[in-house]
Write a protein that binds this ligand. Structure first.
Ligand SMILES: NC(=O)C1=CN([C@@H]2O[C@H](COP(=O)(O)OP(=O)(O)OC[C@H]3O[C@@H](n4cnc5c(N)ncnc54)[C@H](OP(=O)(O)O)[C@@H]3O)[C@@H](O)[C@H]2O)C=CC1
Ligand SMILES: O=C1O[C@H](COP(=O)(O)O)[C@@H](O)[C@H](O)[C@H]1O
Length: 487
């Protein structure tokens, strides 16, 4: 691993697509602004449209103007655009990859190949790069999620990539791993003794992980309807958050140390099958409703959609981890589109104390909670009991919050976008924030079992109004265990 910035030929396949325009190009702008790109680094955009270099630069400038979200620094814009070069390649045609050979220089710079296209094109790109003799031991490849749609397709894609790249050359992106607050889970857990020593079945009752999105599908029907929320969000983002919360302490922060500990958690997930799927999983689909006071269509009425689709837009799951640390500590996951608000958080619910010595007003003392706000309004809260000040008789208790809001505690620090961090780590050659093939395949195998169980049950998803917290059945999922969601 090289911790220093290196000169790269950063090549984006699918440079005119949504991800590239909305996330990658703006992230490169921020890195250039922070002087984190080597002076010799170049950005090569690959797409299949006849486009002059000037027209390409104009399109990239348009992306910056639309998606950077702050006034642009013209000096940085000019420097960044000056690094860019367009190359026309139809990714299905191996003979066209030779055009890249003319622009990359692997003696001077590291070649990074970012596949910002459908995963079903990854094999073709690998063949094309190999055909053109562009793969050397220092070449890197970046794969976007989702890798496939199940274990079989993910294996086929990983096999195609493994024909030409070693695992040490592959960077599988899950952008949640680049979010400040997700990375902070490591600091919280392994830099603070109060948590390190209170992080198991002895002190924790259960864990909740919520990733609620307020947006609906909004023009992404073609992709989303074939995927659904389980594949789109749980297989990757929620599984990664879960593994970071549940894993054993890694020996250090190196890529393999972290990835091995995460993998052990995935191996310990209790399978969900036809026999228990109805008790453990709730599938929902949003209907018409109101978001921010405005009427919004249901999933089946979205533009370009199929009015008979049974694809889920919401999932809630009780996950059990069969290992020593988490015996009898359920992890409840929920994620959905078109929900009441955008909110992602992890809530660690501690156990109740066995006995109450205080007033009768609390029959049982409410347990402590640690709330980790992943986004928005990033921060950490601890819910605890305090004495109400005063000289009255006895000790009166009140629930209080210790609230560490990142915007206040680190005021002046800009919260970097996940892609900025991840692109930088790829350029540095640090694999710690990227996913190993074994993790992807373990996760798919667990998800496939739920998909199979759903297919056997053949039950339609439960409806919920857009702008709500999901189907009522998701409340019942916890109520059956005597618990409730953090609201
Ligand atoms: N968009 C997002 O927010 C996210 C995307 N991802 C992943 O990122 C990847 C890209 O997604 P996204 O940008 O949304 O997809 P888009 O469809 O917007 O972009 C893909 C690009 O690939 C190009 N392309 C397709 N086939 C070929 C070909 N044969 N030769 C050359 N170019 C081709 C398309 O060009 P053309 O215009 O000619 O069809 C298009 O510009 C996917 O793997 C997706 O799952 C992951 C997380 C979030
Ligand atoms: O990967 C994806 O993530 C987004 C949500 O990302 P966030 O950073 O805005 O939380 C989700 O909307 C999309 O469907 C999914 O493919």
């Amino acid at each position: 691993m090289n911790r220093h910035k290196e000169a790269c030929d950063f090549t984006i396949f699918g440079v005119l697509g949504d991800l590239s325009r909305r996330k990658l190009i703006p992230a490169l702008y921020q890195l250039d602004r922070a002087r984190l790109l080597d002076d010799k680094t170049r950005i090569i955009g690959v797409a299949r449209h006849e486009l002059s270099q000037d027209a390409f630069i104009a399109r990239m400038q348009g992306s910056l103007e639309t998606f950077v979200g702050e006034p642009l620094d013209s000096e940085v814009v000019n420097r960044l655009l000056g690094r860019m070069q367009y190359v026309l390649i139809n990714l299905d045609r191996p003979e066209e990859y030779r055009r890249l050979d003319k622009v990359v220089d692997q003696e001077q710079r590291i070649l990074i190949n970012y596949f910002s296209v459908s995963p079903f094109l990854y094999g073709n790109i690998c063949t094309g790069l190999d055909h053109a003799g562009l793969i050397t031991p220092t070449t890197r490849v970046v794969l976007e999620k989702p890798i496939g749609r199940d274990l079989a397709t993910s294996r086929a894609i990983n096999d195609a990539v493994a024909k030409v790249f070693t695992e040490e050359q592959v960077y599988r992106i899950d952008h949640y791993l680049g979010k400040e607050t997700v990375m902070n889970l490591l600091a919280l857990r392994f830099a603070n003794s109060i948590f390190t020593t209170n992080w198991d079945h002895n002190t924790i009752d259960h864990v909740q992980i919520t990733v609620a999105e307020q947006v609906g599908i909004e023009g992404r029907w073609g992709y989303f309807d074939k995927a659904g929320q389980l594949r789109d969000m749980v297989q990757n983002h929620l599984m990664q958050i879960l593994t970071l919360v549940a894993m054993e302490p890694p020996v250090d922060l190196n890529g393999d140390s972290l990835r091995n500990e995460k993998l052990k958690v995935l191996k310990a997930l209790r399978p969900i099958t036809r026999e228990n799927v109805e008790d453990k999983v709730v599938r929902g689909q949003y209907g018409p409703g109101f978001i921010k006071g405005k009427p919004v269509p249901g999933y089946l009425e979205e533009k370009g959609g199929n009015p008979h689709s049974t694809t889920e837009t919401f999932v809630a799951i009780r996950v059990d981890i069969d290992n020593w640390r988490w015996a009898d500590v359920p992890f409840y996951l929920r994620t959905g589109k078109a929900m009441a608000t955008k909110r992602s958080e992890v809530v660690i619910n501690f156990k109740r104390l066995p006995h109450n010595i205080f007033s009768d007003s609390y029959r049982k003392l409410p347990p402590n909670k640690l709330i980790i706000r992943l986004q928005p309004d990033e921060g950490v809260e601890i819910e605890m009991l305090n004495k109400v000040p005063g000289i009255g008789e006895g000790i009166e208790l009140q629930r209080t919050m210790l609230d560490l809001s990142f915007s206040e505690a680190f005021s002046g620090e800009r919260i970097t976008d996940a892609y900025e961090r991840l692109l930088l780590e790829i350029m540095r050659g640090n694999q710690a924030l990227f996913i190993h093939r074994d993790e992807v395949e373990r996760s798919w195998s667990w998800i496939d079992s739920i998909q199979d169980a759903w297919a056997q049950c053949n039950e339609p998803p439960k409806p919920y109004p857009a702008g709500s917290w999901g189907p009522v059945a998701s409340v019942a999922l916890l109520a059956r265990d005597g618990r409730e969601w953090e609201e």
